[in-house]
Design a protein around this ligand. Structure first.
Ligand code: PEP
Ligand code: MN
Length: 283
């Protein structure tokens, strides 16, 4: 077990992964990712890109192939959504992240995406893990909502064992008995993962809480506890989100949250990017 690729070789073994020439995850600086649950329109993604590049966050997310519980719910805009996401990322100098659920989607989206997201529902889709292990692009692997930490690390091990060393782990809440929150954010897992693995670990408080009014508190707690970044859902008109409306922050709330993270990050020797330096880089 001690020679697993995901495990630390020494207490200070940390891997920093570049997702674009300007953005890394796992170093001193936090990687903040934000955007809507699903790409819905060009206007929506333009507004998100405008506000989020100034917040600033370091990457833009937006689901285009959506894993929905019901087959009758909106399934995502597919290829058209992908082009909208890519365009907004380009215009605003932000790398882009979206979920892929199959080998076909991997092939179709590969050239467009900077990071390939594997969602909670596919964490143990071993064939998909093997597919992304054969490419070099960074994989954002989300913890299954009923997966143990060991199962989570073994899923990452599949990707690394096949030859792709660029894996970022994401804790997004696990299922429990209390329905007051959508899931339970497992910050204990973040602490454990930071000790066991050299890979970057980020936190998605949006799918954990399921309620927008809890996101900022959980985001700050995640940073205090050592997370290397955050992924947060937001929308120009949260109540009109076609999916996960209840957990979407407004773009103003998202910008406010980014600012509030600076002091928490500083308290543990980390930092967040400042708006002024990022706007200069985008030009
Ligand atoms: C998402 O991030 O878009 C998503 C569907 O999250 P999860 O896989 O964690 O449910
Ligand atoms: Mn969502």
């Amino acid at each position: 077990m001690d020679d697993l690729l995901t495990h630390k070789r020494s207490p200070d073994h940390r891997t920093e992964i570049a997702i674009s020439p300007e953005v890394t995850c796992g170093g001193n600086r936090l990687m903040l990712v934000a955007g809507p649950c699903a790409v819905e329109s060009e206007e929506q993604m333009q507004e998100c890109g405008d506000a989020l590049s100034k917040a600033p966050v370091q990457a833009l997310r937006g689901g285009v192939f959506k894993p929905r519980t019901s087959p009758y719910s909106f399934q995502g805009m597919g290829e058209e959504g992908l082009q909208i996401l890519v365009e907004s990322g380009k215009q605003h100098g932000l790398p882009v992240i979206a979920e892929i659920m199959s080998a076909k989607q991997l092939e179709d989206a590969y050239d467009s995406l900077d990071v390939l997201q594997i969602g909670s529902r596919n964490m143990q889709n071993f064939e998909l893990l093997k597919e992304v292990s054969l490419v070099k692009k960074t994989v954002l692997l989300k913890r299954g909502f009923a997966a143990t930490i060991e199962e989570f690390l073994m899923a990452a091990e599949y990707i690394m064992a096949g030859g792709n060393a660029n894996v970022i782990l994401c804790e997004r809440g696990i299922r429990s008995f209390d329905s007051m929150t959508r899931n339970v954010l497992d910050l204990g897992a973040v602490a454990v993962l930071k000790q066991m693995t050299h890979l970057p670990v980020i936190v998605d408080p949006s799918h954990a809480a399921g309620r927008y009014e809890l996101i900022a508190d959980l985001a700050r707690a995640a940073v205090a506890c050592g997370a290397d970044g955050l992924m947060i859902e937001c929308h120009p008109q949260p109540k009109k989100s076609v999916s996960d409306a209840r957990q979407a922050l407004s773009l103003t709330e998202m910008s406010g949250l980014v600012k509030s993270l600076a002091a928490v990050a500083a308290a543990i020797g980390r930092e967040v990017s400042l708006a002024s330096e990022q706007v200069l880089a985008a030009k």
